[in-house]
Design a protein around this ligand. Structure first.
Ligand code: CMC
Length: 374
C-alpha cells in the first residue's frame, strides 16, 4: 500500500453521492441536478429543503404536507427552553446551536432508531426546532422575552419574527430565503464529511449534526461569513478599503470570504447572492458595505486571482438585515441541516466505516520504564 499522503484529502474521492455536484458543463453548483441559482429564482427555501431531503421537487400537495409538519415540530420542550435561558450569555451562538441539538438528542424518543423512516422524522424535528432554539437564544442573551413560533409564517418569516418580533418586507425575506437556498448543500465539505464520518460508526443523527455544527463553526468553513463582517468593520469606510486590502496582502494575510477548495475561478453561488446583497443595501439605503465589497474583490482578483466565495456577500447582507455578527454562521446551520441530513441518510443506506490510515512518524518501539526509573 502506498504511503503517499494527500493532506486535507485534497483531490481524493471517498464515496458516491446523489445529493449535489458542481457541474463544470454549466459552471454551477447543482442540487439533485438543478442549478442552485435556478432554484433561487423559482423556489422558496422549503421547496429546496424538500428537494434535498427527498430527491425531487415537491408537488403543491407534498409541499403543503412538508410545511405543515415543519410548522408542527417548531415547538421546543419546556426543558430545552429553560436550558437555553440558562446558556451563558457570552457563549457563541454556534456553541448554543451545538448544545441545543445535543439536548434534542437527549429528549428524542427515537434517538437510537436509525431506520430510514425514524431518521426522516428526526430530521423534521431538528430542521424545525434548531432555528427556533437559536432565535430563543438570540433574545434570551439580550435579556429579552422569548417569542413563540407562529404556524402561519414560513420558515424564514418565522425566524425573523422570533428574533426581532416582526417580519420584514417581502424582498428582505426573499433575500434571506435565497441565502438559505445557497447555503443548503455542498457535497463533501468539512462539516458534511464530519456528519458522514460520525454516521459511519452507526451513531445517531443528533450526534452527527452536533458534530457537523462544531465543524462548520471554524473560520475556514462557515465561520468565514462572520470574519468577513469583522474585516468590513475594520475597514470602516470605502476610502480605507484599497489601502487596507493591499496592506493585508503585503502581510500575506488570509482574506476571509475568498478562495475555495472546489471553485478555483469563482464560486457559482456568488453572483446570485451579490445581486440580493445589492437589493438589501438599496432597501436599507446603505451602500457603504457594497462599496467596500467591490474594492476588496477587485484587488483580490487583480493581485491574487482569488475570487470570493458565498460567505463574502452573505456576511454584509445579514448585517444589513439586522442580525448580530455572531449569528451569521448559525443561519448557515439552519439551512445546511438539510444537506447534512440528506448525506446522513445516504451514508446509512450504503454504509462503510470511514477509517483512513496515517503515515506514522513517531518514536521507534521502546520499553516502558517504571515511574521510579524515569
Ligand atoms: N486569502 C489569501 N490567500 C489565499 C486565500 C485567501 N482567502 N485563499 C487561498 N489563498 C492562497 C493560499 O495562501 C495559497 O497560496 P500559496 O500557494 O502561495 O501558499 C493558495 O491560495 C492556495 O490556497 P489553499 O489554502 O492551499 O487552498 P485550500 O483549498 O486548502 O483552501 C480555503 C481553501 C477556503 C480554506 C482558503 O481559500 C481560505 O482559507 N479562505 C478563507 C476562508 C474562507 O473564506 N472560507 C470559506 C470557504 S467557502 C464556504 C464555506 O465553506 O463556508
Amino acid at each position: 500500500m502506498s504511503d503517499e499522503i494527500k493532506k486535507g484529502l485534497l483531490g481524493i474521492v471517498v464515496d458516491e453521492t446523489e445529493v449535489s455536484k458542481v457541474m463544470p458543463e454549466i459552471n454551477s453548483l447543482t442540487y439533485r441536478g438543478y442549478a442552485a441559482q435556478d432554484l433561487c429564482a423559482k423556489c422558496k427555501f422549503e421547496e429546496v429543503a424538500y428537494l434535498i431531503l427527498n430527491g425531487e421537487l415537491p408537488t403543491k400537495k407534498q409541499l403543503k404536507k412538508f410545511e405543515k409538519e415543519e410548522r408542527k415540530e417548531r415547538k421546543l420542550s419546556k426543558t430545552l427552553l429553560d436550558d437555553i435561558k440558562k446558556f451563558p450569555k457570552k457563549s457563541h451562538p454556534m456553541d448554543a446551536a451545538r448544545t441545543a441539538v445535543s439536548i434534542m438528542g437527549l429528549e428524542d424518543k427515537e434517538t437510537k432508531d436509525n431506520s430510514p423512516k425514524a431518521n426522516m422524522r428526526k430530521v423534521m424535528r431538528i430542521f424545525a426546532k434548531t432555528p427556533v432554539a437559536l432565535a430563543a437564544f438570540y433574545r434570551a442573551r439580550k435579556g429579552k422575552k422569548i417569542i413563540s413560533p407562529k404556524k402561519n409564517l414560513s420558515f424564514s418569516e418565522n425566524f425573523f419574527h422570533m428574533c426581532f418580533g416582526k417580519v420584514p418586507n417581502k424582498e428582505i425575506v426573499k433575500a434571506f430565503d435565497v441565502s438559505l437556498i445557497l447555503y443548503a448543500e455542498h457535497s463533501f465539505n468539512v462539516s458534511t464529511f464530519t456528519a458522514r464520518t460520525i454516521t459511519s460508526s452507526l451513531s445517531d443523527i443528533h450526534g452527527a449534526i452536533t458534530g457537523a455544527i462544531a465543524s462548520l463553526k471554524g473560520p475556514l468553513h462557515g465561520g468565514a461569513n462572520e470574519e468577513v463582517m469583522h474585516m468590513m468593520n475594520k475597514i470602516k469606510k470605502p476610502e480605507n478599503a484599497l489601502k487596507w486590502i493591499n496592506k493585508a496582502l503585503d502581510n500575506k494575510d488570509v482574506i476571509m470570504g475568498f478562495g475555495h477548495r472546489v471553485y478555483k475561478s469563482g464560486d457559482s453561488r456568488v453572483p446570485t447572492m451579490r445581486e440580493y446583497f445589492g437589493k438589501v443595501a438599496k432597501i436599507k439605503k446603505d451602500k457603504k458595505f457594497e462599496k467596500i465589497y467591490d474594492i476588496v474583490e477587485k484587488v483580490m482578483i487583480d493581485r491574487k486571482n482569488i475570487h470570493p466565495n458565498v460567505d463574502y456577500p452573505t456576511g454584509p447582507t445579514y448585517h444589513l438585515m439586522g442580525f448580530d455578527t455572531d449569528f451569521f454562521t448559525p443561519i448557515f446551520v439552519i439551512s445546511r441541516i438539510t444537506g447534512w441530513s440528506a448525506h446522513i441518510i445516504e451514508q446509512h443506506a450504503a454504509n462503510k466505516l470511514i477509517r483512513p490510515l496515517a503515515s506514522y512518524r513517531g518514536n521507534k518501539h521502546r520499553k516502558v520504564l517504571q515511574l521510579n526509573q524515569r
